[in-house]
Design a protein around this ligand. Structure first.
Ligand code: ZN
Ligand code: ZN
Length: 406
């Protein structure tokens, strides 16, 4: 089993340079205009896919909302012509992320409409710009939460584009100042993305099961790597949803001894099936007391308000708790017991997705170690129900849209 160490800035920089292409030639359009997003003329999906493969401006068939909180419906989405550094992708599968629902239901502020979500895409390259070197027509690729950043600031040069000091460009609902357009996501037949933000998805991975790795996978992988998790590290995972179930699988694949915290006895078997070596019923004070000071790392993937101190107590001295779940509204207001941190030398950190080089590293790791998301594939007609079921926690563990049904 490979023993992993935290990535060094120099190794990330090398990967960064491999993936990097020039942005100097791109005219910047600094501010977003007011008003709605443009819509294209109605086309059928076969026509849309054929037009995408020309590399020219085209209309994609998509699913999105025309009002925040409204039902998901058919949208005809203009996609730009591929510029010199762009890759045109026919999207095959797109994961359904909780962020999609929060954003489309207006829980994270206003959005220009219509609005198409989706930032966990796997598909095939169908056209490339004249200067693209990293990808070729026919390659299987993926796109995650980011489609742009300045590429020049300290964070970008370290391969941490999500912390770009100039502001990274989200895959949907963001203003792409490099191309002068609002971004629209992957519930669509095609997408056009700068090559720097396109990942290589190994053929060994199942396309549907790989899609959620682009957001949920890297969000779980990055804090495990940052904590130096390897053979024998004792890792706890709290919250067994889309993020947490991947954290269990990834930590086990890294050689860790994994403890899953569950809220119900019914989930114990499911946690073991994911690769957890131990389970602790978090609602049982005696079980939690017995787990005190036993873990090196805790990945806290709970996205509801909860008592983080209960999990800090499960850490050994100098242990680290990484918070990756984010409650709706962005906070939680839970007080952290500073004395716990001081007395035991603990670290409490946050982690936000991961940069492009580390996302590529994660995909390669998953292919090598056979890590995949447990998915339930849905067609375009099932999206509204899938969102409701996701909010209700009724999925093991991630829905994925089959984009061939658009
Ligand atoms: Zn996401
Ligand atoms: Zn930057």
């Amino acid at each position: 089993m490979t023993v992993l160490r935290p990535p060094t800035p120099s190794s990330l920089l090398a990967l960064r340079q491999e993936l990097s292409s020039a942005v100097d030639a791109v005219p910047l359009t600094p501010t977003a205009p007011e008003g709605p997003n443009p819509e294209g003329r109605p086309v059928d999906a076969a026509e849309a896919r054929a037009a995408a493969a020309t590399g020219r401006a085209h209309t994609a068939v998509a699913r999105g909302v025309r009002s925040l909180g409204g039902a998901i419906e058919e949208i005809f989405l203009p996609r730009r012509a591929a510029d010199a550094h762009d890759v045109v992708i026919e999207v095959e599968f797109c994961g359904l992320c909780h962020s999609d629902v929060h954003a489309a239901r207006g829980e994270w502020g206003s959005r220009a409409l219509p609005f198409v979500t989706g930032h966990e895409m796997v598909g095939r390259v169908v056209a490339v710009g004249s200067s693209v070197t990293a990808h070729a027509v026919g390659d299987r690729v993926g796109v995650g939460c980011l489609v742009g950043s300045c590429r020049r600031c300290d964070a970008c040069l370290r391969g941490q584009e999500m912390f770009c000091t100039q502001g990274s460009v989200g895959t949907y609902g963001a203003w792409d100042r490099f191309h002068g357009e609002r971004t629209q996501g992957g519930y669509a037949t095609s997408i056009v993305v700068a090559e720097d933000f396109v990942l290589k998805v190994p053929e060994a991975l199942d396309a549907a099961a790989a899609a959620p790795l682009l957001c949920a996978g890297i969000t779980s992988y990055s804090p495990l790597r940052a904590a130096g998790v390897g053979e024998g590290t004792r890792v706890g995972v709290a919250g067994l949803g889309g993020l947490g179930h991947l954290a269990v699988k990834l930590a086990a694949a890294m050689g860790a001894e994994v403890t899953a915290f569950t809220t119900s006895p019914a989930k114990v078997e499911a946690a073991r099936a994911l690769g957890a070596h131990h389970t602790v019923l978090s609602t049982d004070p005696e079980a939690m007391a017995a787990a005190a000071a036993s873990l090196d790392v805790v990945i806290d993937a709970i996205s509801a308000p909860h008592d983080v101190n209960a999990y800090l107590k499960t850490l050994r001295p100098t242990g680290r708790l990484a918070q990756i779940g984010l409650p709706p509204g962005g906070g939680g207001g839970q007080a952290v017991d500073a004395a716990l941190l001081v007395r035991h030398g603990l670290s409490l950190v946050g982690s936000k997705i991961g940069g492009i080089p580390e996302t590529q590293e994660m995909l390669d790791f998953c292919a090598e170690h056979g890590v995949a998301t447990d998915v339930e594939v849905v067609g375009a007609d099932g999206l509204n129900e899938a969102w409701d079921r996701m909010v209700a926690g009724d999925v093991r563990y991630r829905f994925v849209l089959d984009n061939s049904t658009l």
